[in-house]
Structures are given as C-alpha cells and as structure tokens.
Design a protein around this ligand. Structure first.
Ligand SMILES: C[S@@+](CC[C@H](N)C(=O)[O-])C[C@H]1O[C@@H](n2cnc3c(N)ncnc32)[C@H](O)[C@@H]1O
Length: 224
C-alpha cells in the first residue's frame, strides 16, 4: 500500500510551484536555507566530485551542491514539470532532469553523493527512494521534517504546523489543500530513530541521524 498517491503529489507540486520558495522561507522563519546548506555540507562533497539532488523541487539544494562541487557534475531530478520549470529558470547553468525518485534514471554508483530535502515524506514508497539513492551514489544525505519532539518546543512547533502553516500557506499559495496536506501529515512524520531504521532496512550502512533546530527537522546520512 503506497504511503502517498504519486499522481496527486505531482499535481499538488505543479500547482504550488510558483509560490513554493516564498512560502518555504516564510513558514520556516527563514531557516530552510540554513538547513539545506547543512545538508549539502553533510555530503562531504569535494570540488570536482558529482552529486544528484533527488526530488530537487525548485533546485535550492542542487545549487548548494553545485557550489561545493565547483566544476563537478551536479544534477537535480524531480517528477513535477512545474517545479522543474522553476528550477531551470532560477538556475539556468545547472542540469535538471525529469524523473522518478523510485526508479532513478541513472546508473549504479554514478554519483559521489545524493541528497533529498523534504522529498522523502512525499514519496509513495520512501524505503524504495532511499534504496535508489544508495544504488546511484556512494554517500547519501536526507533532510526531512521529523515528528515534533515531546517538549515545550515540540508543542509550539506542532501548533505552528497544525494551525499557522495551513492557514498562511493556503491563503498565500492559492492551493489550501496542499498546505492542509502538509499539516495533516504531521503525525505521520517519522522520528529520527524511525528514519534511521528505515534507512537501514533500505540497505544503508553507517547510518547517522542529527536533529537540527531543536528537532524540527533532521539530517540522515549514510553510505551503501
Ligand atoms: C517539498 S518539495 C522539496 C523540494 C526541494 N528538495 C526543497 O528542498 O525545497 C518535494 C518535491 O518532491 C517531488 N517528488 C515527490 N515524489 C517524487 C517522485 N516520486 N519522484 C521525483 N520527485 C518527487 C515533488 O515534485 C516536489 O518537488
């Protein structure tokens, strides 16, 4: 049983693509840029190396990877034509490919590193997505929302996700269902431990999880 309906997810991202970046920055209080930079650094990517950014959306993490890789090859892959159009317009010098994270159109070990930022939760089969990242690269990093911790911060964060985010996101994006989806899935977010377990079950080795910003999001890293 898929966790998400891929067609609905793709149509939803096509709809919100024009306002996606603005809303991300607004709703994360400007922290999303820092989180993506931390994800890029966690790949240990060196100048001249190659990287694949899975579910790249508007290409912000792809651009961070390109900064680290210098002359190396960096590719962003996503299945939403709307998001890819935005990525290509924002970063015309970068390579973006239309493709499915569950069947990546790349060879085994083709990249030094692969990343996925806020993409895993949206996949119909997250375990298969993690396995695909391990197939095509030698180091994998996932940046993802995690279930709000049981703490004062966790309660405030849950309130933000449940009450603020659907209202502000819905009003500004013109696609209220998309932002209701984001808040409705809060309780389905995995904990850091559960993410690590899923990665291990998907063939990752040397799995590490690091909570960022009081546990609002986390970085999962490993190798095949
Ligand atoms: C929340 S956005 C994240 C975008 C970007 N990584 C970021 O950091 O802002 C999730 C992205 O996952 C993409 N996506 C979801 N399922 C996918 C799949 N099976 N294959 C490729 N892309 C997928 C969506 O189209 C969307 O662009």
């Amino acid at each position: 049983m898929p966790e998400r309906d891929a067609y609905e997810v793709r149509a939803m991202f096509d709809r919100i693509a024009p306002r996606y970046d603005l809303l991300n920055t607004l709703l994360s209080g400007g922290l999303d840029g820092r989180w993506r930079r931390q994800a890029a650094v966690a790949t240990h990517l060196q100048p001249g190396q190659s990287a694949l950014d899975v579910a790249c959306g508007s290409g912000k993490l792809t651009a961070e990877l390109a900064r680290l890789a210098g002359a190396g090859r960096v590719v962003g892959v996503d299945f939403s034509a709307g998001m890819l159009e935005k990525a290509r317009r924002g970063y015309p010098a970068l390579e973006f490919v239309e493709g499915d994270a569950l069947a990546l159109p790349f060879g085994d070990g083709e990249f030094d590193a692969s990343t996925a930022a806020f993409g895993l939760r949206n996949l119909a089969d997250p375990g298969r997505g993690l396995a695909e990242m391990a197939r095509v690269s030698r180091r994998m990093v996932v940046l993802e929302f995690v279930r709000p911790p049981r703490s004062v911060f966790g309660s405030v964060y849950r309130f933000h996700l449940r009450q603020v985010l659907p209202r502000v996101g819905g009003a500004l994006s013109g696609a209220p269902a998309a932002y209701r989806y984001l808040s409705d899935t809060v309780d389905a977010y995995r904990s850091g431990e559960e993410l690590a377990e899923l990665a291990l079950a998907s063939g990752w080795k040397g799995v590490e999880f690091k909570a960022l910003t009081g546990g609002a999001v986390g970085l999962l890293a490993g190798h095949p």
